[in-house]
Write a protein that binds this ligand. Structure first.
Ligand SMILES: O=C(O)CCC(=O)C(=O)O
Ligand SMILES: [Fe+2]
Length: 335
């Protein structure tokens, strides 16, 4: 425990209300400003539930190549399904991980020439017939994590000295919830980019990791490990919270380094954003916070969009170039 590099926050303090809640908020305020990353315990989801999800991830990745290819992402214009090892790019480099992505389970819209491109993100998930228990379990987990992040977002509103409903309009039809099961195989080579350094595009991310280290966070003191803490989620701030707070809160860079040869690492990442048709509110911060808000990071290779669907689509097109080429060729040709 003494080895942990990130603060540990206990959400049961928030649920207890009163002085306990104030203590939680003080800790959240510090964690959110200092590193933008923390462990969350006391969230009400059990270790057994977490282990069940990781066990399902293990079973999914153990399916045959043919079974996994049957749900491969490239056949989904909505960026759902399986991505093989090396099939995703971060900063132009292939990530050494395989993954299975789901988002909100919805019907696809009929494509019209005038609809904004991001509306094509809306659609159904792909589910493997060889593992029928995956669909109900992941959809339930997605809902539970979605509820948890909505609670956290209310706490962030309080940290920013906003009314509780500051973000409510942007998630009123249910937040955009994107979940990934991930497997990082071990490697003996220097090509150890499990996932390259990046920021997450949404409001908040919850990461559930197995017992294997590898997740690293960029701090003022360089890269530090976010070693697994059993029962906890690792929480980090995404670009939409950075935008909403005019840079008072920061989306922190992080990456995953591949495990050593012969060892694999499994994780489940849950990315919560405002609903796709929302525009991120630019909050009016009180003077003492506004004085510390330096504006959102500006990076010409990573423009940030206040329109949520646009911001999400930007990230998906860049990470999954095969889907982009197959389903969004007109867009990437223009870019
Ligand atoms: O697997 C992890 O621990 C984190 C993955 C991650 O940062 C991402 O997929 O955005
Ligand atoms: Fe991430």
């Amino acid at each position: 425990m003494s080895q942990l590099n990130l603060p540990v926050l206990d959400l049961s303090l928030w649920y207890a209300k009163g002085e306990s809640r104030q203590r939680f908020l003080q800790q959240l305020a510090v964690a959110a400003r200092d590193v933008g990353f923390f462990y969350l315990t006391g969230h009400g989801l059990t270790l057994e539930q977490q282990q069940h999800i990781l066990q399902l991830a293990k079973q999914f990745f153990a399916l045959s190549d043919a079974e996994k290819q049957a749900v491969q992402m490239v056949q989904s214009a909505h960026f759902r399904g399986y991505t093989r090892l090396g099939g995703e790019l971060t900063q132009g480099q292939a990530d050494q991980r395989e993954q299975f992505d789901i988002m909100n389970e919805q019907k696809a819209l009929t494509i019209t020439p005038t609809m904004p491109a991001w509306q094509r993100l809306i659609g159904p998930n792909q589910w493997p017939t060889a593992l029928p228990e995956l669909q109900p379990a992941l959809l339930q987990w997605q809902q539970q994590l979605s509820d948890l992040t909505v609670t956290l977002l209310t706490a962030f509103a309080q940290v920013l000295q906003q009314p509780d409903n500051a973000f409510a309009d942007t998630v009123k039809d249910g937040p955009y919830s994107h979940m990934k099961l991930i497997r990082y195989p071990g490697t003996a080579t220097a090509q150890n980019q499990g996932v390259g350094a990046h920021k997450d595009p949404g409001y908040l991310t919850l990461v559930l990791q197995d017992q294997q280290s590898g997740l690293e966070v960029l701090t003022d003191n360089g890269w530090v490990g976010a070693a697994p803490l059993p029962g906890a989620f690792v929480v980090n701030i995404g670009e939409l919270l950075e935008l909403a707070s005019n840079g008072y809160l920061k989306a922190t860079m992080h990456r995953v380094v591949s495990p050593p040869a012969g060892i694999e690492r499994l994780s489940c990442a849950f990315f919560m954003a405002a609903q796709l048709d929302a525009t991120v509110p630019l909050l009016a911060l009180p003077a003492e916070l506004a004085a510390q808000a330096k504006g959102p990071a500006s990076d010409p290779t990573n423009p940030l969009f206040y329109q949520v669907g646009e911001n999400v689509l930007k990230g998906r097109l860049r990470s999954h170039t095969d889907v982009a080429k197959k389903h969004y060729s007109s867009l990437i040709a223009v870019d």
